[in-house]
Design a protein around this ligand. Structure first.
Ligand SMILES: [Zn+2]
Length: 409
């Protein structure tokens, strides 16, 4: 069903400022892949347009995963295995992941780091219509310390001059975000989440250099001191925010820092994903210390008004790129959020945080026609997001049959 110019009628729309799906069916006018009118205005002068009746369906904005790594194969468990993937197969594998994301309803995503700017190349091919995939925002090589987290991607810096050079390299490659590893991480040998990598001064350098080029900064932060330093340096998004101490994630929760996060303009991207979902205890299980600690951590953030965006860190072991919905269901449980709050974090809030709120994230006139056609209401049960009847991206329809038959190539 190829059409960038049409009228959708009969569906009920979730407008993201509301806590419920609109009670009445409405009409949506799409022209050149954009939503040009909603409701009565969409009917005016629309007699000649093709009409698609979606009676009984619910429309929500296309989903946004604010933190993925297209470069990483989630079936591999170490950086050594990742780097052994033959060069000849890499771009194809990334393209398959991007396609799977789009069919899973993810119409925008931010790639939070890779080693060779292949994701930028993939983005050019998606934008040129050569491959199906979501709108991609790219960070390029994450800035880190010599020997630090994800140094294998080539972004290590020590001096102020090296910071400038490394930021410039990412901008030249076409990045619109800069990623910095403010603390150590899990997957890098000899790197520990609880260790800080950069002091506030160096983070200020990075944020300043990026800002002069109009780029916001995403900071990877596990250690509590790293979260504090990134906040003070003025980064736009704090990734993970896991308050890691000696005992692991959530063992150094600092409520006064959480209060500061809530009072600030920063966005927290907690990367709650399918892996976290597997650690939610059910009735038969014993207690889950991880669930208890991270649920305390996220609920405190919620209570202090921290602004959340949905993210998964897809590509890390066991976290598939097209499985944002498992992350959203886990996020709902850990943070004790309502489905509508989770859906906002994965649509309108994420779009604002990622600086694409003027293009996507809501079903509203002037924005790209990026939405999901659903047979049930996700505000009652987020799991219905797993199987959209159609994914509409820039006015193009992608349906289940194409997903299974691979016809979107
Ligand atoms: Zn990551």
């Amino acid at each position: 069903m190829e059409s960038l110019d049409f009228i959708v009628s009969g569906a009920r729309v979730w407008e993201s400022q509301n806590d419920s799906v609109g009670p009445l069916s409405t009409t949506l006018r799409v022209r050149d892949g954009r939503i040009v009118a909603l409701g009565e205005a969409a009917e005016a002068g629309a007699r000649e347009a093709r009409r698609i009746d979606l009676g009984g369906r619910i429309l929500v904005p296309g989903l946004i995963d604010a933190h993925v790594h297209l470069e990483l194969d989630p079936a591999l468990s170490t950086p050594a295995e990742q780097s052994a993937v033959p060069e000849a197969t890499r771009l194809e594998a990334m393209a398959r992941r991007a396609k799977a994301m789009l069919f899973a309803g993810i119409t925008t995503t931010r790639d939070c780091g890779g080693g060779c700017h292949r994701e930028h190349r993939l983005r050019r091919e998606i934008e040129a219509g050569l491959r199906p995939g979501p709108r991609l925002l790219c960070c390029g090589q994450p800035i880190t310390t010599p020997g630090g987290h994800c140094e294998f991607w080539g972004g290590a810096v020590s001096t102020r001059m090296e910071v400038d050079r490394m930021v410039a390299l990412q901008l030249e490659a076409g990045s619109e975000w800069i990623k910095v590893m403010a603390t150590g991480g899990v997957i890098t040998p000899k790197s520990r989440p609880r260790d800080v990598q950069f002091d506030v001064g160096r983070l200020v350098d990075i944020v300043g250099t990026a800002a002069r080029a109009g780029c916001p900064v995403a900071a990877h932060c596990h250690a509590t001191r790293g979260i504090a330093a990134a906040l003070r340096a003025g980064v736009r998004t704090i990734e993970h925010a896991s308050f890691a101490g000696k005992g692991g994630f959530g063992t150094e929760i600092d409520e006064s820092l959480i209060r500061e996060l809530g009072a600030s303009e920063v966005w927290v991207s907690p990367t709650v994903n399918a892996g976290w979902g597997r650690r939610i205890p059910d009735d038969r299980d014993g207690p889950s210390p991880f669930f208890d600690r991270m649920s305390t951590c996220l609920r405190l953030q919620r209570d202090h008004g921290v602004r959340f965006i949905a993210s998964t860190d897809a590509g890390i072991p066991g976290v598939a790129h097209d499985d944002l919905v498992s992350g959203l269901l886990a996020f709902e449980r850990y943070a004790g959020l309502r489905p509508v709050d989770v859906l906002r974090a994965a649509t309108s809030e994420a779009a604002t945080a990622l600086d694409v709120g003027d293009r996507t994230g809501r079903i509203a006139p002037g924005l790209s026609a990026d939405f999901l056609v659903l047979e049930a209401n996700p505000l009652e049960d987020l799991s219905v997001l797993r199987d959209p009847e159609f994914v509409v991206f820039r006015g193009r329809f992608f349906d289940r049959e194409m997903r299974e038959g691979g016809q979107a190539e």
